[in-house]
Design a protein around this ligand. Structure first.
Ligand code: PLP
Length: 373
């Protein structure tokens, strides 16, 4: 065996996720395991659902964490809402929009693609034109916070457009949840998924989901079976919504649920608005430091995500950017993110997510960068 036990070095995670975990959340995971149908666990499931409703600002009955990472949350939304032949407008302005297209195709749906330049938000005019040209579109799918580029798109306006064409919405909130405002009910979004390891600062592996009544009616009236057994909401619901008749569907990752519960409690104690404000304030500090070092942002100020800072690399850094990131990790135990796809070698992505959105982390990052470059 290579290790007597595995003791990873403590690192400062300032990439696109996972983020560092609050010690309270770490501790919660080592509590006694109980059965996943134990009345105590069912109590916990109810608490988690309520706290998730607060985090999403929704009264949606079907709000729960899927026992799988954000990518599976994405897939759950598509496999349940898209049937063969359905038209889905997919907005692509980064990596994750591209994955939505892939999901639509695999469900036998017909994707209509709206592309925007990486680093810019989704263009509402293009979406409106596509809706006009395709009045039979069933769903508009988009990413609220594009982690690959650091862009925030206007979820409320996108949803308004979709509603005016009688269209459902699927929104990716993996990076936005708890980092920037989300008002699910006010914005009338139909289906969302998120992830535990970004601004909720939990271990990876859970995907909070929420479906509107409207979306649920569509699921209930499907003509075909959902092709994924595990993600079929009509089955999962019997486990998460069954009341006293809760039935076995799969074994929930029990201790991971303890962690999610604790992180949602922390969010509740701080207050959502305060969490959003903290992300913004810490981002402004990071921005100041980065600009002093000669960096500029990929994204226009009005569409920037505070929790994911995409910065353009000056020419003198571009040639050895991978080495600088490697040194940050080796010498400072500091992880920052590289650019993806077309932005690889051109940007860095510095995350300020959840527990990691702190002035201390900003200071550590700016100091390390100023010593190395
Ligand atoms: C991280 C991320 C995902 C995927 O989440 P996993 O937990 O890695 O599967 C999806 N969408 C966005 C916007 C993300 O940032």
């Amino acid at each position: 065996m290579k290790y007597n036990s595995f003791n990873p070095t403590q690192k400062i995670l300032m990439g696109p996720g996972p983020s560092n975990i609050d010690p309270r959340v770490m501790e919660s995971m080592s509590k006694n395991i109980i059965g996943h149908l134990d009345p105590e666990f069912i109590e916990l499931m109810n608490e988690i659902k309520n706290l998730l409703r607060y985090a999403f600002q929704t009264k949606n009955e079907l709000t729960f964490p899927l026992s799988a990472p954000g990518s599976a949350g994405m897939e759950t939304c598509f496999v349940n809402l898209v049937e063969p032949g359905d038209k889905v407008i997919v907005c692509i302005n980064g990596v994750f929009g591209g994955r939505m297209k892939e999901n639509v195709e695999r469900c036998g749906g017909y994707p209509i693609i709206i592309e925007d330049k990486w680093g810019t938000p989704i263009d509402l005019n293009k979406v409106e034109i596509a809706l006009k040209q395709n009045p039979d579109t069933k769903i508009l799918a988009f990413v609220h916070a594009e982690t690959s580029t650091g862009v925030c798109s206007d979820a409320m306006e996108l949803s308004n457009l979709a509603k005016s064409y009688d269209c459902l919405t699927i929104m990716d909130t993996v990076t936005s949840l708890a980092g920037i405002p989300i008002h699910l009910d006010e914005w009338k979004i139909d289906a969302v998924y998120s992830g535990s390891q970004k601004c909720l600062s939990c271990p990876p592996g859970l995907s909070p989901l929420s479906f509107s009544e409207n979306a649920l009616t569509v699921v209930k009236n499907r003509k075909t079976k959902v092709q994924s057994w595990f993600m079929d909401l009509s089955l999962v619901m019997q486990y998460w919504q069954g009341g006293s008749s809760r039935a076995y569907h799969h074994t929930a990752p029990i201790n991971a649920m303890y962690a999610l519960y604790e992180s949602l409690r922390i969010l509740n104690e701080e207050g959502l608005e305060n969490s959003w404000k903290r992300h913004e304030a810490v981002h402004l500090e990071l921005k100041k430091g980065l600009e002093n070092l000669g960096f500029s942002f990929l994204v226009d100020e009005k569409s920037r995500l505070p929790q994911l800072n995409a910065i353009l690399l000056p020419d003198k850094i571009k040639s050895n950017e991978a080495e600088i990131r490697a040194r940050l990790l080796r010498e400072y135990n500091l992880e920052i993110g590289a650019g993806l796809g077309a932005l690889s070698g051109k940007i860095w992505r510095i995350g300020l997510m959840g527990y990691g959105a702190s002035l201390n982390n900003v200071k550590t990052c700016i100091n390390a960068l100023s010593e190395i470059i």
